[in-house]
Design a protein around this ligand. Structure first.
Ligand SMILES: [Zn+2]
Length: 676
């Protein structure tokens, strides 16, 4: 029996409540700082306790006699995509779809792109916590840096109790987005302080003691640490599994446990006598403590390290962490089934690693898998749920803001408010308002390779959105979007053929080998090009060799040294193909790029020139850039064969007035026109 399978047996043997076992009792303040800090802040603790009591009384008087208290649990498997679930299910049960979470009655999917392209945990958790999209790395702040109200704060305002539980360090991105605000997820020391002083969930359990400890060995803090403040604020402090097990929920209004210096140990690597509690034990203790307050609660529980294992393409730990998370789901569900009206939502923030299971394997053996790389991908993630309002997630493809919408409606009692349309580079193109052109010729590259079916455009005050429906072959061919940022002005390249001489990097080489002339449209000159070779999908701010936004002329770049600028590129579900594998395009899915205005108009501080009008043309070329397909948008005339290596003029452009009212803020209300 493998070590991992043994763990599964151990996990499976856990039942609800089993974590409160015969562990020896330790003092509440075992992890706290010195006595003087506690004495100094004793008055604060009294005030805190009074506030809690008042909130409890308020919530109790609000609730009608018959309604059960609001109980809302969100469980997030960080980095837990379809591949992680399938691998874990096959390993534990010999079949896909056999995990505890698969048995939840509501099953749907969530897209995972954000304004930065492929999303990270901070932006995804912010969407779930606040209902707003934001850039990667931001913690409960919007794209303009403004503070967003988190579900924890919303719950506090309604008199509910709250908790965050994680197997990562407590100030790590996902719990942080529910319990702090910061411009960067990497500000762990500040985030820990915000968790303790600012947002202050009633229960905080996880790792990351070094961000809370007083300055010295084993601490990242420069100050006297946060344990004294926690104790003074009425938190029971625990530092190990025995301490957690000794908690009396009825006597514990606030609970803090940091059980590891940094992240908690991978479940399958823990010794039998580990001092760290399991995720299931933390989750159940949190539920008991919050329930005992008798005023309703919101609790976020994260299985954080599925992602970390997947970054390392470490299959055994990715499976072990997924199974440990699933065990916690089973325990929470069992807890919920004994109560009325609990809403439970289980999902992931994003996939990590591009994990694909290749074929079946018997239970207890690691399945044969492939990993795309060691970063996040834009794969859709599953969502499972049950309880009041969860149905809205059933059998639908939604985004993470919908998780917030459901939980918010539960926490506030207000009707569910569907999130508004927002264009983000996620490869789903129907949220781009303007369909500009449709393809007129069949792709000469063949049905399993590339085709460009339609061009969609949009713009908002943040930037330009370009969407191309179609199919895109992995590791072959390149999509080129020529952009004229000042249509009508005599700038930019009227021909690319022979004009560019930068061969450093695939994208630059593709442009420099171009055989393209500008379309026969007066006033068009290419200032920038978006290039993506072979399905490459860099995030905003990431500089990639084979894809991105390139400046073609001064001041954006030089013909012999193209400028590299910020853009987020992404692809929809299932539109990237493999040679020889038949594929069909999916309506509304394709390539999507977001280009911030600051990249195209660098001197305007994120605004556009008053009355700004752009012109764009899209074309598909081969891997070296010198061979042109018959796939362009606006399209070549019906029946056009591939120009191949002959020099060719593109057939037309889309003229896009993005600031018709001339106020310097793009709104793009007017539909683009196709010229000539
Ligand atoms: Zn990650």
């Amino acid at each position: 029996m493998s070590r991992l399978l043994r763990l599964c047996c151990v996990l499976a043997a856990l039942t609800v409540g089993a974590c409160t076992s015969s562990a020896p009792s330790v003092p509440r303040d075992a992890a706290s700082a010195g006595d003087d800090a506690m004495a100094r802040d004793a008055a604060g603790a009294d005030a805190e306790a009074a506030t809690d009591a008042a909130a409890r009384a308020d919530a109790a008087s609000d609730a009608s006699a018959s309604a059960p208290p609001v109980r809302v649990v969100l469980m997030i498997g960080d980095g837990m995509g379809p591949g992680q679930l399938e691998a874990a299910s096959r390993f534990a049960h010999g079949a896909p779809g056999a995990l505890a979470m698969h048995a939840l009655p509501v099953r749907g999917a969530l897209t995972t792109g954000g304004p930065s392209g492929i999303i990270d945990s901070a932006a995804s958790a912010t969407a779930m916590s606040t209902g707003e999209v934001t850039e990667n790395a931001r913690v409960a702040l919007d794209r303009d840096g403004r503070r967003l109200e988190t579900l924890v704060e919303l719950a506090h305002a309604r008199g509910l109790a709250t908790g965050v539980v994680t197997t990562a360090a407590l100030p790590h991105a996902t719990p942080a987005a529910f319990s702090a605000h910061d411009e960067s997820r990497h500000h762990y020391v500040d985030i820990a302080a915000a968790q303790v002083r600012d947002v202050r969930p009633h229960v905080m359990l996880g790792g990351g003691a070094r961000y809370f400890r007083a300055a010295g060995p084993g601490s990242q803090r420069p100050d006297e640490g946060l344990f004294g403040e926690l104790a003074a604020a009425g938190y029971a402090l625990v530092e190990d599994r025995a301490g957690l097990a000794a908690i009396d929920p009825r006597e514990t209004a606030r609970l803090f446990g940091a059980f590891a210096d940094q992240h908690m140990t991978f479940a399958r690597e823990r010794a039998g006598d580990s001092r760290e509690p399991t995720l299931t034990e933390m989750a159940l203790t949190a539920l008991e403590v919050l329930e005992a307050q008798d005023r309703g609660f919101f609790l976020m529980i994260e299985g954080a390290r599925i992602d970390m294992a997947s970054h390392g393409n470490d299959l055994a730990n990715a499976i072990g962490e997924t199974l440990a998370f699933d065990e916690a789901v089973a325990a929470v569900r069992a807890w919920a089934s004994a109560r009325e009206g609990v809403t439970l939502v289980v999902t992931a923030d994003h996939e990590c690693g591009g994990l694909e299971v290749r074929g079946s394997s018997p239970a207890g053996t690691l399945p044969d898998v492939g990993w795309r790389w060691n970063h996040h991908t834009n794969a859709r993630v599953p969502v499972f749920a049950e309880g009041p309002l969860a149905d809205v997630l059933h059998d639908e493809v939604r985004d993470h803001r919908w998780v917030h919408a459901v939980l918010r409606a539960r926490v506030t009692g207000a009707p569910l408010a569907p999130p508004p349309r927002v264009a983000v580079p996620d490869g789903r193109l129907l949220d781009l308002r303007h369909e500009v052109a449709r393809q007129a010729v069949e792709s000469s590259f063949g049905p399993t390779h590339n085709r460009l079916d339609a061009l969609r455009l949009d713009a908002d005050r943040y930037g330009l959105h370009v969407g191309v429906e179609g199919l895109f072959e992995w590791s072959a061919n390149a999509l080129v979007v020529l952009i004229d940022v000042d249509f009508g002005a005599a700038t930019g390249h009227a021909t690319l053929a022979g004009a560019l001489r930068d061969r450093d990097g695939r994208a630059d080489a593709v442009l420099s080998a171009s055989r393209l002339d500008a379309p026969p449209v007066e006033g068009f000159g290419a200032d920038f090009a978006i290039v993506t070779y072979g399905g490459a999908d860099p995030q905003l701010g990431e500089r990639a060799d084979d894809a991105g936004l390139r400046g073609l002329r001064p001041p954006f770049g030089r013909p012999d040294d193209l400028g590299w600028h910020a853009a987020a590129l992404n692809f929809g579900e299932g539109v990237r193909t493999r040679a020889g594998v038949p594929a069909s395009p999916l309506p509304g899915e394709g390539f999507e790029a977001f280009v911030p205005w600051a990249a195209l108009y660098p001197d305007l501080g994120g605004r556009v020139p008053p009355g700004a009008e752009l012109a764009l043309a899209v074309v598909l070329v081969n891997s070296d850039g010198g061979f042109t397909s018959n796939q362009a948008l606006p399209p070549f005339p019906a029946g056009t064969a591939s120009p191949g290596r002959a020099r060719v003029a593109l057939p037309g452009v889309a003229r896009f007035v993005v600031d018709a009212d001339g106020d310097g803020v793009a709104d793009a209300d007017r539909a683009p026109a196709v010229l000539p």
